[in-house]
Structure formats: C-alpha cells, structure tokens
Design a protein around this ligand. Structure first.
Ligand SMILES: N[C@@H](CCC(=O)NCCCC(=O)O)C(=O)O
Length: 251
C-alpha cells in the first residue's frame, strides 16, 4: 500500500524580503518519522483553497503550532494589538479543514495552535496571556536561542482516566513541554477534556463521538518524537488511524 497522505496547513510568513507558505520542519519530520505518513503542505490562502478537493486527496490532517494566534473575531471577541500576531490565511484554511475532516471521519491531530483552532472551529473560545491570570504558570516559549531548551520537557499534565489518550499515554502524570500564551477558555460543546496542567490549563481534548482519531494537545509532541515515548506514542496512534482510514477508503 502506498504511503497515506496527511494535510498540514501552512503559516503565511513574511521574512527574507518575501512572503512564504511554511510549516516548521519538526512537524514534517514527526509526520514522516513518527506517524509514517507523507506530508502534504496546504497553502495558507484567505481564499482559493478547495477544502473538499484537499480532503479528497488526504488520509489525515495535522494542524501544527505557530506563534500566530487565531483571530479573536472567530470566537466573538474584539481583536486588540496584543492578541497578535495574526495569520488570516492560516485561519481561513485550517478551521474549515478541521471542521470538514471531522464531518468526513478523517483523522485529525491538532497541536498547540492546532488545539486552539479545533476549539474555535467547534464553537469554543480562547484566553490570551494566560500567565497573567492568578495561579496560572508561565507556559510561554522560553526566550532562549537553543530550540532544544525552548522545547524542553518541563511540566506535568494529568491525563484523565478513561480518556481517549489514556491507552496511548497512560492515565495520570505525563511530562511535556510548553510554548504557548493562549489556551482554551470556553471548551467547545463537542470536545471532551483529556488532560489538564496542575494550574488548570486545558492541555488535551478529544472530539466526542468522532468517527476517527480526533485529538488536540497544547504541548509539542512533534519535537521529541524520536526520543520521548509519550510523544512517539501519540504520533504512532495518529499514523495508525490514518492508515486505517486509508484502508477503509480502498475497500
Ligand atoms: N500562538 C499560540 C499557539 C502557540 C504555539 O503554537 N506555539 C508553538 C510555536 C512557538 C514559536 O515558534 O513561537 C499561543 O501562543 O498560545
């Protein structure tokens, strides 16, 4: 069987004097090495992407992290300068891709910005600058040049008994990394909370009644997929779901 294909929505980024459609290498590497799938990078177009045509051609969707934030207007809030940076092309691509993948039973794995997109796509809201809330830790990306340090594993999340993730990660404490300043505020009605941090931050969700694997995590399993067992387990589970979906299409 040829390798299954997974759509990864790009960011629209401005650097080196041009604008680019990009995905960070760690997500591509984890898709290839951790999930055993072929990545298909989707341009971050504010209009022009045919979501159904894309989904006709893939066996999974991987919504990656990004320093940009989902635009607050998408969850009914006024946008302030501090809520940025924004990426309307990413929003316009990723949110409909998530919604329609769920409708069509195409496996979905949403990471960091991805879990926030999943929550907003299904009607939830986000909180920003969560470290400013009483009792909430600083979950932001450490301001260091070394990515291994920035993505260093440094906090516990507690995986709920009986959750979708419990068979993959084990229920209870799991060590993860953390690089975010936003988080789920109001959880979308169709989402079940799978894991939380000790400060109450929602760290993982699953889609209630999903036809296939449909999980979002706030941390970054892609970064240590080669060496960290929980990270590898998540990508293996996603890859298995993608292969099962592809086989079901071939029947
Ligand atoms: N922008 C959102 C999501 C954070 C995220 O995806 N972080 C990974 C990228 C980190 C970086 O390169 O800066 C938030 O801040 O909550």
């Amino acid at each position: 069987m040829s390798k299954p294909v997974v759509a990864i929505p790009c960011d629209f980024r401005d650097f080196d004097g041009n604008v680019w459609h990009v995905v960070a290498h760690q997500y591509v590497r984890a898709a290839v090495e951790g999930a055993g799938v072929m990545p298909f990078l989707i341009p971050a177009l504010e209009s022009g992407n045919d979501i159904e045509e894309i989904l006709d051609r893939v066996d999974g969707v991987l919504a990656s992290g990004s320093r940009s934030n989902v635009h607050p207007a998408l969850y009914g809030r006024e946008a302030r300068e501090a809520d940025g940076p924004f990426d309307p092309g990413r929003d316009a691509t990723s949110l409909p891709l998530i919604r329609r993948a769920l409708d069509r039973g195409i496996p979905l794995f949403a990471i960091c910005r991805g879990i926030q997109e999943l929550n907003v796509a299904l009607g939830g809201t986000l909180a920003t600058e969560i470290q400013e809330q009483p009792g909430v830790w600083d979950h932001r990306k450490p301001d260091v040049p070394d990515l291994d340090v920035a993505y260093g594993i440094r906090q516990d999340v507690i995986v709920k008994e009986g959750s979708c993730l419990a068979p993959v990660l084990g229920a209870g404490r799991v060590r993860v990394n953390s690089l975010h300043r936003q988080a789920i505020a109001a959880t979308a009605p169709r989402l079940a909370i799978e894991a939380v941090a000790e400060d109450g931050t929602i760290e993982a969700v699953s889609v209630i009644g999903a036809k296939a694997f449909a999980v979002g995590v706030q941390w970054h399993p892609e970064y240590w997929v080669r060496t960290d067992a929980p990270s590898a387990g998540l990508f293996r589970a996603f890859g298995d779901a993608v292969r099962a979906y592809r086989e079901s299409k071939l029947k």
